[in-house]
Design a protein around this ligand. Structure first.
Ligand SMILES: Cc1cc2nc3c(=O)[nH]c(=O)nc-3n(C[C@H](O)[C@H](O)[C@H](O)COP(=O)(O)O)c2cc1C
Length: 190
């Protein structure tokens, strides 16, 4: 598939729609290395990607469940906790998305976040090119102290969610309808 078709057909594939097949080391390396080819101002490379495979998915899910329970207290819902474990079992890999700017900082934090977003898009497109689906989740607890401890985050680092990777259990979601009013061209095109 050419790059433009790849970009246009990329969709988020929720973990609930994945079939639990593991992702090969080769494919995982290609996907993660695509992420770190993203641009960053002053080459700050403000990211860290921590892939969790096999049993490590459950270790991460455990930390997520603890973080969720600790954040919500008595409002925490068991079905939400069950869903965290269910998703860990259905995906092939869980990748912690870590904002990891240099210390001392060399760019405004907004620029580092923009670079992180570019890296995640590279990751998603690389996965898509290999027939692997994925989606980025940003529940409010992924930077909770339980998560920070499991991910061994340094003080300047923040966890900005989890990217689930996996093979689709059924058909791919169809391409999304986009709002073309969001783009404008001024001047004369060739
Ligand atoms: C920064 C960011 C955070 C996101 N967080 C969540 C999330 O917490 N839960 C979720 O289901 N999807 C999340 N998504 C995925 C979006 O819901 C999804 O990209 C959007 O619905 C468009 O669908 P598409 O990716 O299939 O085009 C996130 C996407 C981005 C870029």
């Amino acid at each position: 598939m050419d790059l433009i078709s790849l970009i246009h057909s990329r969709r988020s594939l929720p973990a609930s729609m994945m079939d639990g097949r593991p992702i090969s080391q080769n494919h995982l390396s290609s996907i993660l290395e695509s992420a770190i080819h993203a641009p960053s101002h002053r080459l700050s490379e403000p990211w860290r990607f921590v892939a969790h495979l096999h049993n490590e998915r459950l270790v991460l899910a455990e930390a997520m469940a603890q973080a969720y329970r600790s954040m919500l207290g008595t409002s925490a819902r068991q079905e939400k906790v069950d869903r965290i474990y269910d998703k860990a079992g259905k995906c092939g890999a869980m990748i912690a998305i870590v904002l990891s700017p240099p210390s001392p900082p060399c760019n405004p934090i907004e620029e580092e976040l923009l670079a992180l977003g570019a890296a995640v898009q590279n990751l998603h497109l690389a996965a898509h090119s290999l027939g692997i689906g994925g989606y980025w989740t940003t529940p409010g607890y992924t930077d909770h102290p339980h998560m920070r401890a499991v991910l061994e985050l340094q003080s300047q680092e923040q966890c900005h969610g989890i990217f689930y990777l996996g093979y689709p259990a059924k058909a791919w979601p169809s391409p999304r309808k986009v709002n073309k009013n969001k783009i404008a061209v001024k001047g004369v095109s060739p």
